[in-house]
Design a protein around this ligand. Structure first.
Ligand code: NAG
Ligand code: NAG
Ligand code: NAG
Ligand code: NAG
Length: 247
């Protein structure tokens, strides 16, 4: 009795399950989630607030260097991308007063030749080498508390709140300050009148930093998608089995 009604339910449900599941399987089948070539400037361009950094990446040729290094390296790379606001907040003329070689160094200083997830940054041993690191240090320090990570150049320190990309081989993080290395600020201090503090550089807006607990974007999609596909396949198989057995 109970068994009969159970199989009756299964019998009526099986086609329904198939109807629900089949279109999804078909829709998902031709999407093998290809990573495609990683395009750093494309990632930044999509976001809209990195025009200065993109220009610098291109004018200094560092964009090309990063692209080919991403291709050839097994370690991946990490880029800390300052926003347009960050560049606007630099001392006036600072950027233009850097000769080409120093601009290259400044951009390279925002890149590491290793892929770091945000959580990795809490565990690195400081200072972390950048592409600008030679015999001199040109390193970055990372400090954290909970899941909040700060990056420090020794001259500026800023939180890493926004993840633009965190998929191997390339991680890209937004930073709201240009990471000025000690080496560059020492080099420029003799020149250019150092405007004494008429205005303190503390912006009250920095206080309401979001809790930084937002889930890593994009990152888990492929895994979850894979599991979803497998799950759907299983359901479909079960449904077919039911139909075969019961009809
Ligand atoms: C990367 O993206 C930029 C901007 O979207 C585009 O102009 C460029 O052609 C892309 N490069 C590659 C190699 O796809
Ligand atoms: C990187 O590799 C991709 C394909 O794997 C290729 O299309 C691209 O031209 C390469 N880019 C560089 C800069 O080597
Ligand atoms: C990060 O830097 C900010 C200043 O930008 C500071 O207020 C905060 O305490 C720092 N947090 C950590 C975890 O070092
Ligand atoms: C990083 O921290 C070390 C001490 O752990 C310090 O000696 C060094 O000056 C710092 N460098 C930067 C770039 O902040």
């Amino acid at each position: 009795m109970a068994a009969a009604s159970a199989s009756h339910i299964l019998l009526t449900l099986a086609p329904l399950v198939l109807l629900l599941v089949l279109p999804q399987i078909q829709a998902q089948a031709p999407a093998p989630a290809p990573a495609g070539p990683v395009n750093l400037t494309g990632i930044l361009d999509k976001n809209g607030q990195f025009t200065t950094f993109i220009k610098l990446l291109i004018s200094t040729q560092v964009a090309n260097q990063i692209q080919s290094q991403i291709n050839s390296s097994s370690e991946g790379m990490t880029v800390f991308a300052p926003t347009d606001n960050a560049f606007n907040n630099l001392e006036k003329g600072l950027l233009n007063n850097l000769d080409n070689q120093k601009q290259v160094q400044l951009v390279l200083y925002h890149v590491t030749s290793k892929f770091y997830r945000q959580s990795d940054l809490l565990l690195v041993s400081n200072p972390v080498r950048t592409l600008a690191s030679g015999q001199d240090v040109w390193g970055l320090n990372f400090t954290g508390q909970g899941n909040q990570v700060n990056v420090s150049s020794g001259v500026v320190e800023t939180p890493i709140n926004s993840v633009l990309r965190q998929n191997f081989p390339l991680a890209v993080y937004q930073v709201d300050k240009v990471l000025l290395p000690e080496e560059l600020s020492a080099a420029k201090s003799p020149s250019a009148a150092p405007a004494p503090e008429g205005k303190k550089p503390t912006e009250g807006s920095n206080k309401k930093v979001p809790a930084a607990s937002e889930p890593a974007p994009a990152d888990d999609k492929t895994g979850a998608g894979g599991r979803l596909n497998a799950g759907l396949g299983f359901v479909a198989g079960l449904a077919l089995l039911c139909m075969g057995v019961l009809s």
